[in-house]
Design a protein around this ligand. Sequence first.
Ligand code: GLN
Length: 544
Amino acid sequence: MIRYIFITGGVVSSLGKGIASAAMGSLLQARGYKVRLRKLDPYLNVDPGTMSPRQHGEVFVTDDGAETDLDLGHYERFTGVSARQSDNITTGRIYQSIIEKERRGDFLGATIQVIPHVTDAIKEFVLSDPGDDVDFVLCEIGGTVGDIEGLPFFEAIRQLGQELGPERTCFIHLTLLPYIPAAGEMKTKPTQHSVKELRSIGIQPQILLCRCDRPIPETEKGKIASFCNVRPSSVIEARDVGHIYDVPAAYHAEGLDTEVLWHFRIDDAPKPDLTRWNEIAHTIHNPDGEVCVGLVGKYTDVPDAYKSVSEALVHGGLANKVRVKVRMIDSEQFDDEHHPLDILEGVHGVILPGGFGERGAHGKMRAARFARERKLPCFGICYGMQLSVIETARHMAGIKAASTTEFGPTDEPVVGLIEEWTKGNEKITRDENTDKGGTMRLGAYPAILRQGSKVAEIYGTSEISERHRHRYEVNRGYIEKMEAAGVVFSGMSPDGMLPEIIELKDHPWFIGVQFHPELKSRPFDPHPLFASFIEAAKVQSRLV
Ligand code: GLN
């Protein structure tokens, strides 16, 4: 029997609902249950693929090629369960499918309405394709209670609560208990109002997860319990912790998983095995040293834009028992040839993340050149790899005009759309009005690693599968010239058509990958490339 846990948020956004849901999933998992996590996003975009990282943070890509919300990254990192296309839905996608059906005449003349058509589609999504032997499906509703666009989602889960009954559904509400210094008090009123709002649309939460920066006095817990109609032990303190990977153990200590099980009347659950989380927390809080990595990107003022990369760096640190300090460096400032690069002097490694467009790209190439010439560990991801290829083509292989057609037409399309390498890019006209969603190579693809290469040694295997999200490809027509100059094409697509990995021969650690390895890294299973990169940065830190 599958049970459903719905996680909603109130009072303010950015309370960490994604991490709370992920941590809850990991706790149930630690008790031996099989979990699945899903995100229901009330916005109108069909998927977050077209949204600016500035507004919505990074786009998380699944193995099956879906462009999804970054919370799915938290779910994967906390539970190790690979998310699927069917784990993220938006209002836009729901309306798209309903309107398609309506145009086909599938509704046989009926009037299409939010209730029941939209709510039915949401319910269908929640109940569909749960996977094998799953015990709990955790569904996080994006946004905050009271948002107009969230209403159909709240109505759908309310109906599910009725239809499946309390033995199969549980509603958890995440709220904020602000501390008002002038009054010297923690305030419960916003939580009361938020629960009142939920109850007014027919949802009585069973558990309240209360974000706060200090302990909640027992009297206040009692007050919240009676005003919000929950039992006092279901008012769970979710106090700020030092690190996100402290959250599962902290929630367990406050009784979250015990309350969830009590609610479902499960009294024979094994005690949770939290060894994995305790070990991670121990390493995070007792590192053997620190390395500093410079992340040269365009959205350095938006921490969520590089969420998975930053997390994978933490995991690389865990593998090497060091703390990784990430210095966010704006690549656009380096676009100006005269802007000094001295901010890169003190870092022990440079990471060039993915990106789009010409702005900041020249700056990334200058950073790649700096790392190459100074023998500083350098890790290029997706665009970071493509730009490293252009930089080395220009300055090592002597192809002065080397460029990517992403910047516009070029005589030397070292990076371009596949049809551009074969036909010559001037013949390609792009229709600016085409659908901007899903026009990329998306999802998991295999690659074959060259025997004896650095990456083959790092991965410890000759065939890998990694996730992609890009339109352009490195042009294999340049391989011969570039290899002669010392750029090794150490990973290729199985048919030998697409370069997937490059590394530099005479450099301690310079690797560029066309895919996004950060998406598959976990705290308890750091990605080998990130572990190896941080190991190289650690060596570098001892040299300086
Ligand atoms: N802009 C590049 C492309 O579309 C790289 C994309 C990325 O870094 N994700 O191919």
